[in-house]
Design a protein around this ligand. Structure first.
Ligand code: CP
Length: 307
């Protein structure tokens, strides 16, 4: 039962609950008009303390497509945060105005704190370099729709695996499904955090780490590319040195199997050359479209709404 729950970490939901969200999203994909009044009278608050294009606008689109309304901010300096109001007080107030809230914050754990003080469901829309569970709903819905299954997949995650919050939630979620294995491709400085690896070990998930994309691309079913997260670096020189560690181009795609799909949470900078966009295996724009359906399904479930 997801009614009234928070989504802070993708593992807050069981595999069965995730599958229920994807089943509902499939129904919305097939007949979007049928759902256009499901959220009549409901309000979503989007509290974005950090920049966003896809997450905020897809949440807002999702609520509007369900017949609900949206309030919120994308510029915290225009709110009482700039006067020193804390998260606990802000969320108590938002709970008087809205039915569900999506929060993005540069500090790891901020949405978790909000959830402790909130009387309405809080959705983590990205907290620092930690987690991004609704991107993961988007990613898994995309894979399920295109590959037909979330199991038995050889998954490559490439780029900034240290600061890339999308990849942390993605690895956690995909390791819940049977017989998936991971190839973690990054420079030494941007390796996946130990707490993610400990979780893989605990669940006996097979993984290996490498620096060389070209040596492993031929083995993969899914290549999940990520941007080097400039905003999380303390040292600009270090960012400049690492930012172009990987550039997926047509030449590298020639080494990839026909079955391999390329995902990317976006925004991209240089890590996927634009010449790859026309390759039928490039699924990252389709992935962004699935984000609306995934968020529509999530909102309905957290509000306990049915068709
Ligand atoms: N994927 C993602 O989180 O994109 P935005 O930063 O544009 O929301």
């Amino acid at each position: 039962m997801l009614n009234g729950r928070h989504l802070i970490d993708i593992k807050d939901f069981s595999k069965q609950e995730l599958n229920e969200i994807f089943d509902l999203a499939d129904q919305i994909v097939k007949n979007p008009e049928d759902f256009s009044h499901c959220c009549d009278g409901k309000i979503l608050a989007t509290l974005f303390y950090e920049p966003s294009t896809r997450t905020r606008l897809s949440f807002e689109t999702a609520m509007l497509r369900l017949g609900g309304k949206v309030i919120g901010f994308s510029e915290p300096n225009s709110t009482s945060v700039s006067k020193g109001e804390n998260i606990a007080d802000t969320i108590r107030i938002i709970g008087c105005y809205a039915d569900v809230v999506a929060m993005r914050h540069p500090k790891e754990g901020a949405p978790k704190v909000a959830s402790i003080y909130s009387k309405i469901p809080v959705i983590n829309a990205g907290d620092g370099g930690h987690q991004h569970p609704t991107q993961t709903l988007t990613d898994l819905l995309t894979i399920r729709s295109i590959k037909g299954s979330l199991s038995n997949l050889k998954i490559g995650c490439c780029g900034d695996l240290k600061f890339g919050r999308t990849v942390h939630s993605f690895i956690k979620a995909m390791s819940m499904y049977e017989n998936n294995s991971f190839t973690l491709i990054s420079p030494r400085e941007l390796k996946v955090p130990e707490y993610i690896k400990r979780e893989l070990d605990k669940n006996n998930v097979v993984y290996k780490e490498t620096k060389k994309l070209e040596e492993v691309i031929g083995e993969l079913d899914i290549l999940y590319m990520t941007r080097v997260q400039k905003e999380r670096f303390f040292n600009e020189e270090e960012y400049i040195r690492l930012k172009d560690s990987y550039i997926l181009d047509k030449l590298k795609m020639q080494e990839a199997p026909e079955r391999m799909i390329v995902l990317h949470p976006l925004p991209r900078v240089n890590e996927i050359a634009c010449e790859v966009d026309d390759d039928p295996r490039a699924c990252y724009f389709k992935q962004a479209q699935y984000g609306v359906y995934a968020r529509e399904a999530l909102i309905m479930k957290l509000l306990g709404l049915e068709l």
